[in-house]
Design a protein around this ligand. Structure first.
Ligand SMILES: Nc1ncnc2c1ncn2[C@@H]1O[C@H](COP(=O)(O)OP(=O)(O)OP(=O)(O)O)[C@@H](O)[C@H]1O
Ligand SMILES: [Mg+2]
Length: 370
């Protein structure tokens, strides 16, 4: 049993408050990703699990054991850092075995464990090489090998792929997902890359830098699709998804059936109307993802609003084109099929899929309904 529980955890460095009121349970066998911008406390949270930082407040448990006072080496966790310095004078085999030898594991067992890990990671043909004779991805796998031979009850990864080039990162990402599927070891993975978070995590915890109110910087916890389909606040709405969700100010009409933005008007799905009647005449934030703005003929959308404007930026990706256009005072981003590439300065007329709108309170930035 290796669930991990943060209960009322805070971490402060002198006057600097990094984490407050963190309540979060990571399930046994789960692949949990901590994601957020630089400085939001991801590494600090991970280091507390490893025992490299001590919580200023609260209780941290691994399995059924409160570990606040347990030494890092007695926590049965293995951590892989971004800079995974291998010993250059040792072979791959010796690098992987090193931690076991230090722990005085009998030599016969060491050999078996190294062999097994090398098999899982495809390192068997490379066991007698030194790190300098390996590619970046192979070195990364050796670092993983050092972690998995220990058969810990928890894996902790702190941006382990950020030194690799884009292609290798995608490849290693797939290998990590497979590895965790196979070993089922509870895993906590830190990244600032939301695509990495979405593709790896069973669930994702989105962290933001600590606000002045020092309430909590945990913005939402959920499966990738829960975060994508139902972001609970503006921070998560904008953080998850590329390009970012469009966010424009809009005013609720008198009976709650529609919204008026700067450059367009839209009907509101029936399910949201009761909530909006109570906000008639008030302003709110209307969020719509770029994939929900497009050409009317290309989609089967049933509730739509026309919107258009002058094209300001065109990003041709290949299978799609990302177009930024000015609509009233707002810049709206749309993802279009690659068959028709508009030109800079063109007038473009599209529709928005109104069923896919997200509404937020402009003061609290919390989701309103739906
Ligand atoms: N020992 C320390 N003393 C003072 N402040 C610290 C200490 N360690 C971390 N911090 C601060 O805590 C905040 C969170 O740091 P942390 O390393 O957890 O961020 P992060 O989310 O991992 O960021 P990154 O994506 O850049 O790695 C930062 O503002 C950092 O400056
Ligand atoms: Mg970090």
């Amino acid at each position: 049993m290796a669930r991990i529980a943060f209960q009322g955890i805070a971490k402060r460095f002198g006057d600097v408050s990094v984490i407050e009121n963190l309540d979060l349970e990571i399930h046994d066998h789960e692949f949990m990703v901590f994601v957020g911008p630089s400085g939001c406390g991801k590494s600090t949270a991970l280091r507390m699990i490893a025992g490299l930082e001590e919580p200023s407040e609260g209780q941290l448990s691994i399995g059924d054991r409160v570990v606040n006072d347990v030494h890092p080496k007695d926590r049965d966790v293995a951590m892989v850092f971004q800079s995974y310095a291998l010993y250059p004078h040792m072979t791959v085999r010796e690098n992987i075995a090193f931690g076991l030898k230090i722990r005085k594991v009998p030599p016969g067992d060491v050999e078996k464990l190294v062999d097994e890990a090398a098999g899982i990671l495809g390192l068997k043909p490379l066991l007698d090489r030194k790190p300098k004779a390996l590619s970046g991805g192979q070195r990364q796998r050796v670092a993983l090998g050092r972690a998995i031979v220990r058969k810990p009850s928890v894996f902790l990864f702190d941006e382990p792929l950020s030194n690799l080039d884009a292609e290798l990162r995608v490849q290693m990402r797939a290998e990590l997902a497979k590895l965790q599927y196979r070993l089922k070891t509870t895993t906590v993975y830190v990244t600032h890359d939301q695509v990495e978070a979405m593709t790896l995590g069973h669930r994702i915890a989105v962290l933001a830098p600590m606000g002045k109110d020092r309430k909590s910087n945990l913005k939402q916890v959920g499966t990738p699709l829960e975060l994508y389909d139902r972001p609970e606040n503006v921070f998560v709405a904008k953080f998850i998804g590329t390009p970012n969700m469009n966010m424009v100010r809009a005013t609720v009409n008198a009976d709650g059936t529609g919204l008026q933005a700067q450059g367009f008007a839209t009907p509101v799905p029936a399910a949201l109307q009761a909530e909006l009647r109570a906000r008639a005449g008030r302003e709110l934030l209307l969020g719509i993802r770029p994939e929900h703005v497009g050409e009317a003929s290309a989609h089967g959308w049933t509730l739509t609003a026309p919107l258009g404007g002058t094209v300001e930026i065109i990003e041709t990706i290949g299978h799609e084109v990302i177009v930024h256009f000015r609509c009233g005072d707002d810049i709206v981003i749309a993802k279009l099929g690659a068959h028709r590439i508009p030109a800079f300065g063109d007038r473009i007329d599209l529709v928005m899929n109104a069923e896919a709108m997200h509404l937020f309170d402009p003061q609290t930035e919390q989701r309103i309904a739906g």
